[in-house]
Write a protein that binds this ligand. Structure first.
Ligand code: ATP
Ligand code: MG
Length: 604
C-alpha cells in the first residue's frame, strides 16, 4: 500500500549531512553490527518521541526530529484527510511566496494520485496551519530565503490499519535530496507519525466530547438550581442524591433542616421527624420506584390548627437510564410546588360562595312565598269569576288576570331554579368545610326511588322513566332527604343530557351487603377522557353543545360526597353518543349505627 513519489531524479549516492543517521554516515566502513545497533537506537528514540506526543504539535516535533536525522530539507507538510481536509506546514527555514505556492500546487497533484478527495489550492490555503517550532527548525543559509524553486519532493502516504489518513510531503530547494536508501526509514517514520496523529485525533475528539458533556452537565445543573419548583432526585434505593435550592427552602419552611443529613432517605427522615407529610412523600417516592407516575398529590405540611396550612403539591416519575435497557427505574425525580397561596385563594372563594349563598337564601324564600301567595289568590279569583259569570264556559286565557298568572308561574319556576342553585352552593360549602350533616332514619329505598322518579317524570314528557326493582326487602337506614337528592341529581342529568328524549331505566339490586342503584339513559354519553373529572366540583364537559345544557357542575360533586359519607361508592360507565349509566352503592347496614346522627366531618 505504501507508495513513494519522488519528483526529482533519485540519487543513490547519499549526501553528506549533519544528521546522526544520514546515509553518508551509514555508508562506509562501519561494521554491520554497529549499523544494526545504530538503527535500533534510532528507531527506539523516535518511537519513544511519537508515543510521548500528546498533541499534534508534539507529533510534528517528533517527526521533524526523526526526518532531520535522515535528510536536510526546506519544509515538511502534513495533509490530513479530515472533513474538511487540514494542511500543516512545518518550515525548516523561511519560505518564499513562490516556493510556498509551488508547494501547495504539488501537494494538490500528489493528493490526487494517492486517492484523496479532490481538493484545490484555494481549499488548501483556507485550511492551512503553520507550525514552525524554533527549536527544531534549522536555518541553513541566509540565502535560502531567496530560493524560490523546489528542487526535490518526497510524498509518503500516512497509513493506519490499511486506511490512508493523510500524506506526508517533504520539500527541498536542492535537487536529489531524498535518497532511496533512506526510504524504508522514511516509511517507518511516516507510519509512526500516522498512528500518533490518529491517536491525537481520537484524543481530541474524546476531549471535545467530554467538554461538551461537561458543558451540558453544568447547564443542566444551572437549570435545576434556578428552577422555581423544588426538585428532588433519588437513586434506585430511594436515597436522595440531589435536591435543588427551592426544594431545600421548602424543607426549611417546613422546619426541616437538611445540612447534616445529606444524602438521606425520606423514609428515615419521616421516622426521625415524625411528620405525616414526610411519610406520604416517602410513599410517593416508593410508588414511583415501582415504575409508576404519580401526579399532583397534595401534602398538608402545616399544623392542623392553622387557617391555611403550608401545602405542597408533589408529582413524581420513575427515572430510566438513557438506553432504556434496565426495566427497573434507576431513581425517581419528584417536583414539589408550594400551593399554599392557591389554597388561600380557594378558601377565600369558598367563604365568598358560602356567604353569598346564605345571604341569597332569605330573600329567595320571601320571593317564593309571596309568589305562591299571589298565585293562589289570582287562581281563586279566576275560579270565583268563572263560577259567577259563566259556570260552564272555559275561562278566557287572554284576560289580564290569566296573563298575570302566567307571569307569576314563570317567576315561581325561575325562583325554584334559583333556589336549587343556592342549595347546591350551600351543599358545596358544607362539603368543603366538612359540615355535611346527615339525619339518619329508616325507610324503604324503593319508596324514595319511586317518589323521585315521579317528580322528575312530571317535568319531562319526552322521557319514559322505568323503575326495575329486583328485590323485595329495600329497607335502608340513611339520610332520606340526601339519598333522594342524589337520585334527583342523577335523574336530572339523565333527562338533561338526553335532549332527544328516550328511555331512562332505574334499577335496584342487592349485592352481598349493599344495595346497587343504577340509572341508565340513552343520551349524549361522555368521552372516556372526561369520565375521571365529572365528579370534580364545577367540572362540566366542554364541547360544542355544552352551552345548551344549564348547570354549574356541582350536582355530581355533591352526590359523590353524600354517597361516600354513607359508606357507599359512586361511579359511571359511559361512551360518547351511546348513553350513560351512573351507579352507586349503599351499605344495607349503615356504617354509623346511631339512630339519628347529626355530626360534623372533616372533608378529605
Ligand atoms: P348542576 O350543578 O346543575 O348539576 P351539571 O349537570 O353540569 O350542573 P353535574 O351534574 O355535576 O353538573 O355533571 C357534571 C358534568 O357531567 C355535566 O356537565 C355533564 O357534562 C356530565 N354529565 C353528567 N351526567 C351526564 C349524563 N347522564 N350524560 C352525559 N353527560 C353527563
Ligand atoms: Mg347535574
Amino acid at each position: 500500500m505504501t507508495q513513494f513519489m519522488m519528483e526529482s531524479s533519485v540519487q543513490p549516492k547519499p549526501q553528506v549531512t549533519n544528521g546522526m543517521y544520514r546515509s553518508s554516515n551509514a555508508h562506509g566502513d562501519h561494521l554491520e553490527l554497529e549499523k544494526v545497533r545504530q538503527e535500533l537506537i534510532y528507531i527506539n528514540t523516535i518511537g519513544k518521541r511519537f508515543v510521548a506526543a500528546i498533541d499534534r504539535f508534539h507529533v510534528h516535533r517528533a517527526l521533524l526530529f526523526a526526518l532531520q536525522e535522515l535528510y536536510s530539507f526546506s519544509a515538511c507538510c502534513i495533509l490530513l484527510k479530515e472533513n474538511p481536509v487540514e494542511l500543516f506546514i512545518i518550515p525548516c527555514q523561511p519560505l518564499s511566496a513562490a516556493f510556498f505556492e509551488d508547494m501547495l500546487q504539488r501537494i494538490v497533484s500528489a493528493a490526487h494520485v494517492i486517492d484523496f478527495p479532490s481538493i484545490s489550492v484555494e481549499q488548501l490555503i483556507s485550511s492551512a496551519y503553520f507550525d514552525a517550532p524554533d527549536e527544531v527548525a534549522q536555518y541553513r543559509t541566509p540565502e535560502a530565503m531567496e530560493c524560490t524553486e523546489i528542487g526535490s519532493v518526497l510524498n509518503v502516504p500516512l497509513i493506519v490499519e490499511n486506511r490512508i489518513i493523510g500524506m506526508l510531503s517533504l520539500f527541498d530547494e536542492l535537487v536529489s535530496t531524498f535518497d532511496t536508501e533512506m526510504l524504508h526509514f522514511t516509511t517507518m517514520i511516516a507510519d509512526y507519525a500516522a498512528v500518533a496523529l490518529d491517536n491525537v485525533r481520537l484524543r481530541e475528539r474524546e476531549n471535545a466530547l467530554w467538554r461538551q458533556a461537561d458543558f451540558e452537565r453544568q447547564r443542566l445543573e444551572l437549570v435545576i438550581r434556578s428552577m422555581a419548583e423544588g426538585l428532588l432526585i433519588t437513586d434506585a434505593k430511594g436515597i436522595v442524591t440531589s435536591l435543588n435550592q427551592s426544594a431545600r427552602q421548602l424543607f426549611e419552611q417546613a422546619h426541616i433542616t437538611l445540612q447534616d443529613e445529606f444524602p438521606f432517605r425520606i423514609n428515615d427522615l419521616a421516622l426521625t421527624e415524625e411528620k405525616t407529610w414526610l411519610c406520604r412523600l416517602a410513599q410517593i417516592i416508593d410508588t414511583a420506584l415501582t415504575d409508576h407516575v404519580i401526579t399532583n398529590q397534595e401534602l398538608i405540611v402545616g399544623e392542623p390548627g392553622e387557617t391555611v396550612p403550608l401545602t405542597l403539591n408533589v408529582s413524581a416519575s420513575p427515572l430510566h437510564n438513557a438506553s432504556g435497557v434496565t426495566p427497573q427505574p434507576i431513581g425517581v425525580v419528584a417536583v414539589i410546588n408550594d400551593v399554599t397561596s392557591n389554597k388561600q385563594i380557594e378558601k377565600l372563594k369558598d367563604e365568598f360562595v358560602s356567604i353569598v349563598s346564605h345571604e341569597l337564601r332569605t330573600p329567595l324564600t320571601t320571593i317564593k312565598g309571596y309568589t305562591q301567595h299571589l298565585i293562589r289568590r289570582i287562581e281563586r279569583r279566576i275560579r270565583r269569576r268563572q263560577v259567577e259569570i259563566a259556570p260552564y264556559a272555559s275561562s278566557p286565557s287572554d284576560s289580564p288576570e290569566s296573563q298575570d298568572l302566567r307571569s307569576l308561574y314563570i317567576v315561581h319556576s325561575q325562583s325554584d331554579h334559583l333556589e336549587r342553585l343556592v342549595n347546591e352552593l350551600l351543599d358545596l360549602s358544607q362539603v368543603q368545610n366538612g359540615q355535611l350533616a346527615l339525619q339518619y332514619s329508616t325507610f324503604h329505598l324503593a319508596d324514595v326511588l319511586s317518589e323521585t322518579i315521579h317528580s322528575v317524570q312530571m317535568s319531562s314528557e319526552q322521557h319514559t322513566i322505568y323503575l326495575d326493582i329486583q328485590i323485595t326487602d329495600t329497607l335502608l337506614k340513611a339520610d332520606r332527604h340526601r339519598i333522594a337528592q342524589v337520585i334527583g341529581n342523577i335523574l336530572d342529568n339523565a333527562v338533561k343530557y338526553s335532549p332527544h328524549g328516550g328511555q331512562i331505566t332505574v334499577s335496584l339490586q342487592r349485592q352481598a351487603h349493599e344495595y346497587l342503584i343504577s340509572i341508565t339513559d340513552q343520551g349524549v354519553g361522555i368521552q372516556p377522557d372526561q369520565i375521571d373529572h365529572i365528579f370534580e366540583r364545577f367540572y362540566r364537559v366542554r364541547n360544542m353543545n355544552s352551552r345548551q345544557y344549564a348547570g354549574v357542575g356541582l350536582g355530581l360533586y355533591v352526590a359523590k360526597a353524600i354517597i361516600e359519607r354513607h359508606g357507599g361508592k359512586i361511579g359511571v360507565h359511559a361512551q360518547q353518543g351511546t348513553g350513560t349509566t351512573f351507579y352507586f352503592t349503599l351499605p344495607c347496614i349503615p356504617h354509623t349505627p346511631a339512630e339519628t346522627e347529626h355530626e360534623e366531618i372533616k372533608h378529605m
